[in-house]
Design a protein around this ligand. Structure first.
Ligand code: ADP
Ligand code: MG
Length: 403
């Protein structure tokens, strides 16, 4: 654990410092639904401003197609950052180029600006090392030092996360340091029983995680969209619910692997089936044996775990000494399908040991359901990144910082 931290950069007075933040907040019609990731970026930014650096914030937002798209502009995020900092925050409508260079030149000591969405540049996420490196070199021209603080992206080998750190003096910011301190505890001798709760919608991203977690945990609870691939693997018919047919065989292997390792792999016993994917959709609770026998037949969609499962999950969580949760149990954005997620969140607040919520939507879910950050041991800004860390994988964006 030799992560380079801010002090390794020395005196930053007057230095141009690029800070890679993860300001990828949920947005709807230009309105920020949860500003948790912006607030999480503030300690490092304040620290650098107080050190009289000239601060240049780089981030992505969403998944634009490698070209400018106003729907993914960071402009509203820059405005919100200014409100939170209580200081003027400049914004430039490009990441590199003449106006970006000019704006950086005009930046005074202790001032800050935000560059436009780095993913408007197709090279940012290129698989080709030379392409990425060339783009990172353009960014490097704007900076004397690089601070990496976007924990949510450290598992990505991308130009502004990985390559830039190889070109200019670089260090981890305060958010990454804080995230690692907590997640490290989950990999080094976590108190037992250790329970991991998984859900959400990025099914194929997350299925592989289970295999890696089996040797490390005591219990895995499955909810959310991925549960239907498990239920299908056990022979249940799941209607029109999210299902990764080509993963069914693999998932059957995980179920057997769990059994042979003595890990409890816990699936729901009841599901909330809905007539359609809508907030006001007709819905009914059914046992997992009868998901296609509701009035909606085979076109019904499972949008939440049922109340019996929620109560069972809650009691397993409450009796655990360490809990990590990633991925909502249902479509929490629709109040009718938020009960499973709420029950899990509530149970996490009662855990006596360490409870960690990871993931952009999971963090947004607990806040939108009215929970306060302090009720949990830690709310991680990274979903995929924290999962890969727990799997014991090498994360390119951390390795490059000396971790
Ligand atoms: P995180 O950002 O916390 O890692 P994900 O991005 O994987 O989580 O998933 C969050 C999304 O999963 C939410 O928008 C939620 O609506 C969706 N989701 C949860 N359960 C289901 C389900 N049964 N069917 C469809 N979508 C679901
Ligand atoms: Mg998400």
């Amino acid at each position: 654990m030799a992560l380079r931290t801010l002090t390794s950069l020395g005196d930053l007075t007057g230095a141009r410092v690029i800070v890679r933040c993860d300001l990828n907040v949920p947005l709807k019609d230009g309105v920020i639904l949860d500003d948790g990731r912006i607030r999480a970026s503030v300690p490092t930014l304040r620290h650098l401003l107080a050190a009289n650096a000239r601060v240049i914030v780089v981030s992505h937002l969403g998944r634009p197609d490698g070209a400018p798209d106003p729907a993914f502009s960071l402009a509203p995020v820059a405005t919100r950052l200014g409100e939170i900092l209580g200081e003027p925050v400049g914004f430039v409508g490009e990441t590199v180029g003449e106006s970006a260079s000019a704006a950086v030149s005009g930046l005074g000591n202790g001032q800050l600006l935000v560059l436009e969405n780095v993913r408007f540049n197709v090279a940012e996420t290129s698989k080709d090392d030379a392409t990425r490196h060339a783009f990172a070199s353009q960014l490097a021209e704007l900076a004397d030092a690089f601070v990496s603080d976007g924990f949510g992206v450290v598992h990505r080998k991308q130009a502004s996360v990985f390559d830039l750190a190889t070109i200019v003096p670089s260090a981890a910011g305060l958010l990454i340091a804080a995230e690692l301190e907590v997640l490290y505890k989950l990999t080094e001798a976590p108190e037992r029983p250790y329970t991991v709760v998984l859900g959400g919608s990025k099914v194929s991203d997350k299925l592989g995680v289970i295999n890696h977690l089996l040797p490390r945990v005591d219990r895995i609870l499955i909810g959310g969209g991925m549960v239907f691939t498990f239920l299908a693997a056990l022979g249940h018919r799941v209607g029109a619910s999210l299902l990764e047919q080509e993963q069914v065989e693999t998932v059957r292997g995980y179920i057997e692997g769990a059994a042979s390792r003595g890990v409890e792999l816990v699936l729901p016993t009841d599901i909330v089936m809905a007539a359609s994917f809508a907030a006001n959709a007709d819905h009914t609770v059914t046992s997992i044996d009868a998901m296609e026998q509701t009035p909606f037949g085979a076109s019904g969609l499972g949008l939440d775990i049922g109340p019996e499962s929620a109560a069972m999950f809650a009691s397993i969580i409450e009796s655990s000494a360490t809990v990590f949760w990633n991925g909502p149990a249902g479509v929490f954005e629709f109040p009718a399908f938020s009960h499973g997620t709420r029950a899990i969140a509530e149970a996490l607040t009662k855990v006596r040991g360490l409870s960690v919520v990871g993931g952009g939507d999971s963090a947004a879910a607990v806040r939108s359901l009215g929970f306060r950050d302090e009720q949990f041991g830690h709310i991680s800004t990274g979903g995929g990144a924290s999962l890969e860390f727990l799997e014991g994988k090498t994360l390119p964006g951390l390795e490059v910082l000396g971790w």
